[in-house]
Write a protein that binds this ligand. Structure first.
Ligand SMILES: Cc1ncc(COP(=O)(O)O)c(C=O)c1O
Length: 418
């Protein structure tokens, strides 16, 4: 029997994470926000913290503020590392975008394996990952090998095993696939790649804050991830990077910036990088963004990743259950692994009219999912604040929009941002 709306309300009442939802700005009304995996909601503490930062720290302390702001990349990095990444202190820093951090780590890794000429990723990896590797391969005279990954089920072990050899310097993979939500086994994949002598860089953008990650325990070499999705750091939030402690002295950033310099304000004649992970900083750090990100991570630290994962799995299971009951007969197909331990916290549904359905939901039904090509409606419930009743309402409204053919009344023109 399909869960009723009343059942969903009962589940919410019993949800141990319901106090965490109260830590976010959520206007009264019935907007159903299922895009926390593109841009997380605003934590209630963030406006006050930013106001204090702007008026007191910037406004009154002026340049003296730098004595404490300098610590932010490592303190915020350690906070994320401890609560969300399974990383002991001193291995995570926050600054720059994911793209820039990916470039820094990929370049350093390729240079650390000089006898090997191949960079490996898969054709379903996020575009920026593929483009950065394409550019790196072109500029460093390396070969980019793109493995084929199923866009619903993710990269298979067979494909990866066949694609990594003793000429491979670096493999770059997403822990949770951006479109399907397919989740790779971090420990098994890390061992497989390392056994062949290559380094592995994980993109954690769709995983951090959604699934438990044990970077230290899995022996991971390198990782990057963004601050604006589940981490709630706001649009343009800086991203984090992880370099395992024993690799830090060996790897050199391709950007020799002064924030990576050991004795920065000595303004010395040559580049002498920090011996630790700060050697992967580059230029002036985005202080306001770091302050906001710290507030974004706090509710997750309070909730605990185990509880967040349990709730995320329950929410995505409910999406799949309602899809099977209501949507499968309306032309939808599940485009995400069915097993909860094989997916992150979002679900994609394939439908030939996915774009117009998405648009109709946003413009007419107060539901915000997103669209990912070629024909996927992506639903990303954020375990920190999405309720079971939100998922129920969203799936009910998707059903209505298709049953009534209401989606045919909206334009099928794709805007610049989807
Ligand atoms: C998996 C993944 N990697 C990388 C990026 C790009 O990150 P940034 O825009 O911070 O460089 C995104 C952005 O959505 C992403 O989802």
């Amino acid at each position: 029997m399909v869960l009723s709306r009343e059942d969903a309300v009962v589940l919410d009442a019993a949800d141990p994470l319901s106090p965490i939802r109260d830590l976010f700005e959520i206007a009264a009304g019935d907007l159903v926000y299922l895009d926390g995996n593109s841009l997380g909601r605003l934590p209630r503490a963030t406006p006050g913290r930013l106001d204090d930062f702007v008026r007191r720290e910037w406004g009154a302390e002026l340049v003296r503020g730098w004595s404490s702001w300098m610590e932010l990349p490592t303190t915020v990095g350690d906070l994320i590392g401890e609560h969300l990444l399974g990383a002991a202190p001193g291995q995570v820093v926050v600054s720059d975008s994911t793209t820039v951090n990916l470039f820094k780590l990929a370049s350093a890794a390729a240079a650390a394996r000089p006898g090997r000429r191949v960079l490996v990723t898969d054709d379903d990896n996020f575009p920026t990952d593929r483009y950065v590797l394409e550019g790196l391969a072109a500029s460093a005279g390396l070969e980019l090998r793109i493995l084929h990954a199923d866009i619903d089920e993710g990269l298979s072990t067979e494909e990866l095993t066949a694609g990594v050899d003793d000429d491979t310097a670096l493999v770059v993979l997403s822990h949770v696939a951006y479109r399907s939500g397919a989740l790779l086994d971090m420990k098994a994949v890390t061992s497989l790649v390392q056994d062949r002598g290559a380094l592995l860089l994980w993109d954690l953008c769709h995983a951090a804050g959604a699934v438990p990650i044990d970077l230290d325990g899995s022996g991971v070499d390198l990782a990057v991830g963004c601050g604006y999705k589940y981490l709630n750091g706001g649009p343009g939030a800086p991203s984090f990077l992880y370099v395992r402690r024993d690799l830090q002295p060996e790897l050199v950033s391709p950007i020799w910036g002064w924030f990576a310099q050991r004795d920065q304000f000595a303004m010395g004649p040559t580049f002498q990088p920090h011996p630790d992970v700060r050697r992967f900083l580059a230029g002036t750090i985005p202080v306001a963004g770091l302050v906001a990100l710290e507030e974004g991570v706090r509710p997750l630290a309070q909730a605990g990743i185990a509880a967040l994962r349990a709730k995320g799995a329950a929410l995505t299971s409910l999406i799949i259950e309602l899809h099977d009951a209501w949507l499968a007969e309306l032309g939808f197909r599940l485009a995400t692994p069915r097993a909860a331990d094989r997916r992150g916290s979002h679900v994609s549904l394939e439908h030939p009219d996915a774009w117009r359905i998405c648009r109709a939901l946003i413009e007419r039904r107060g539901v915000i999912p997103d669209f990912r090509g070629p024909d996927r409606l992506r639903l990303g419930p954020a375990p920190a604040y999405t309720r079971f009743v939100d998922v129920w309402d969203a799936l009910d409204r998707i059903r209505q929009v298709v049953l009534t053919r209401e989606f045919e009344e909206v334009s099928d023109e794709l805007p610049a941002v989807t």
